[in-house]
Design a protein around this ligand. Structure first.
Ligand code: NA7
Length: 536
């Protein structure tokens, strides 16, 4: 065992979000000594950090929670079809209470470095406070969108009002009443923030560099009758999530866009636009993201909706994307977002035509005008997928730095292992299946747990991915991206973030195959006795 070998822990888990919490539960069941290091003061990860106004699910609440414990499913009641962030954070704290997780979690413990030593087959983890901890296994549970990025604009520190990145929102909340507020960024986060802030701000100015296609969320409270139905049908809900492409309740329509008449097509789009959740994105005609003409049909439909909802035709045109088709980037879901631009106290600024040149002590200067603000909100996104890894000094065998190993793009085995990084397992590493994320988390945690159980039973202390297995997986990931319109567009899913050095050009940053195909691949590896791994 690790303690016989003089190691502090059997496993160190970095992060106490949804994946770290569930991994802790599973590793305890193996009898392992586990330590979780968490940078925040509480559990919840994404739902701990993203406290910005209006933050909520775009997945149906009851498809998002943990599925592993029938008792937990029965004793938690979601109040809305798409729960707001405070409720989700309460839920995750409830989970931490129920399984007494906090006794193995060290909070306010940000990992600075993690180095592997082959002589002892162990990892040495150093926290920012300088303390060191050794462990047989290192499990990263650091999230996909957890490294926030501010824009590279001069003068950010000179602003004398209040300013925050949406993922670093103050716990006590912010009062916008009567305030002059700026929001920079119109991704999924910006859209949720804008529609909420517009309710109370004295004046709101939105700086939009690229408009995104959005569609209505159609959220509403869960009635008592619905609650009973939900609790009675959890097995079916999660079975459905296992069957669909991205683990959502929605799945692509088997018909092609042009296999139906124009009238049928229009009626189907209308029906999707009027239905809750991601149906219009992942439950649309099967060729929406592969056939240019098909994509143009739904884009034209969505553009008509924007023109209907926004009164000023000039503003409507500004809100219609012209450089990418509907759904080729992550689709923000909205609640009266477009109507915000009909309010007299809201101004939309095109920051592509008139770029932001400087943040000044009193506000924002663009190439065309100067604006004064009390509050600036940066909804400018994340160094996605690899950013949280890059912020830790991670070194594998022979001192190899992960950042260097991934300089030409991430290379993994099933998103869970890296060549040259023995005994490191990643939950939600790059090139794993994403979609409705908790479903992928539970799968990955269970897979990792089964691997460690196997090693425990056989007395094995070292696991490494074979180079040829990494090559095969990476080639598979590349081939899944072929022919997808998504990969012709800049976004975090194609590895582009202009605020990050080395992320200026498109890569296949994200696995685009189906979740069932992903699981089949991983199941085969486990079922075949892990031939793709070197175990000793
Ligand atoms: P996103 O989707 O990456 O959006 C970031 C937004 O910030 C996007 O509109 C960017 O414009 C904008 N941005 C970034 N830098 C600048 C500068 N310098 N000037 C103006 N505008 C800028 O992040 P989100 O947080 O909204 O969403 C991330 C994911 O979280 C989302 O997919 C959900 O799954 C949950 P751009 O489009 O690059 O022109």
């Amino acid at each position: 065992t690790a303690s016989q070998a003089g190691l502090d822990h059997d496993a160190i888990v970095i992060g106490a979000g949804m994946s770290g919490m569930y991994q802790l539960i599973r590793l305890r069941q193996l009898g392992l000594r586990v330590r979780v290091f968490e940078a925040g003061t509480g559990v919840g990860g994404t739902w701990y950090w993203n406290r910005y106004p209006g933050a909520r699910f775009d997945s149906e609440s009851y498809s998002y929670g943990y599925s592993f414990d029938p008792e937990l499913l029965q004793d938690w009641s979601w109040s809305e079809h798409f729960a707001p962030q405070p409720e989700t954070l309460r839920y995750l704290n409830h989970v931490a209470d129920k399984y007494d997780l906090r006794r193995d979690i060290q909070f306010e413990a940000r990992v600075a470095s993690a180095h592997y030593q082959d002589a002892t087959r162990s990892w040495t983890v150093t926290l920012e406070d300088g303390s060191r901890h050794s462990s047989r296994f290192l499990i990263t549970a650091i999230g996909v969108l957890s490294a926030p990025t501010l824009p590279r604009i001069e003068g950010i520190d000179s602003f004398q009002g209040q300013s925050w990145h949406t993922a670093r929102w103050p716990k006590e909340g912010v009062d916008f009443t009567g305030k002059r507020v700026a929001v920079i960024g119109t991704g999924a986060t910006g859209v949720q923030t804008i529609q909420e802030v517009a309710k109370t701000a004295g004046h709101l100015t939105v700086f939009q560099r690229t408009p995104n296609w959005c569609a209505p969320l159609h959220n509403r409270p869960i009635t008592e009758e619905e609650q009973r139905q939900i609790k009675a049908s959890y097995p079916e809900i999660f079975r459905r999530c296992q069957e669909t492409f991205s683990c959502f309740l929605h799945t692509a329509d088997p018909r092609g866009t042009f296999e139906v008449t124009k009238e049928e097509r229009e009626a189907f789009y209308e029906q999707l636009y009027a239905s809750p959740g991601f149906g219009i994105w992942v439950g649309n005609f099967k060729d929406m993201l592969t056939d240019r003409a098909a994509n143009k049909e739904i884009s034209d439909f969505a553009a008509r909706k924007i023109r209907e909802r926004v009164k000023d035709p000039k503003v409507a045109e500004m809100l219609i994307p012209t450089n990418h088709g509907f759904g080729t980037r992550r689709l923000p879901l909205e609640t009266r977002y477009y109507e915000v631009y009909n309010q007299p106290n809201v101004l939309l600024v095109d920051s592509k035509a008139t770029p932001i040149e400087r943040i000044t002590p009193t506000g924002i200067r663009t190439s065309a005008a100067e604006y004064e603000f009390d509050i600036i909100i940066y909804a400018t996104g994340f160094d996605a997928l690899t950013g949280a890894f890059d912020r830790i000094d991670l070194r594998g065998a022979d001192g190899l730095r992960l950042k260097e190993a991934w300089a030409g793009g991430a290379r993994t085995f099933m998103g869970m292992m890296v060549e040259g990084f023995p005994n490191m397992l990643m939950l939600l590493g790059p090139h794993t299946a994403l979609g409705n994320i908790p479903r992928s988390i539970e799968y990955n945690v269970d897979w990792v747990t089964a691997l460690l159980r196997h090693m425990q039973a056989k007395g094995l202390t070292r696991v490494a991915a074979r180079p040829e297995a990494v090559r095969a997986w990476t080639e598979h990931v590349m081939s899944c991206a072929e022919g997808l319109l998504t990969f012709e567009v800049d976004s975090w899913m194609t590895g582009v973030n202009r605020n990050v050095e080395g992320k200026q050009t498109r890569t296949v940053a994200r696995y685009a195959g189906s979740a069932p195909a992903y699981r089949a691949w991983c199941d085969e590896v486990a079922g075949g006795g892990y031939r793709e791994l070197v175990l000793d």
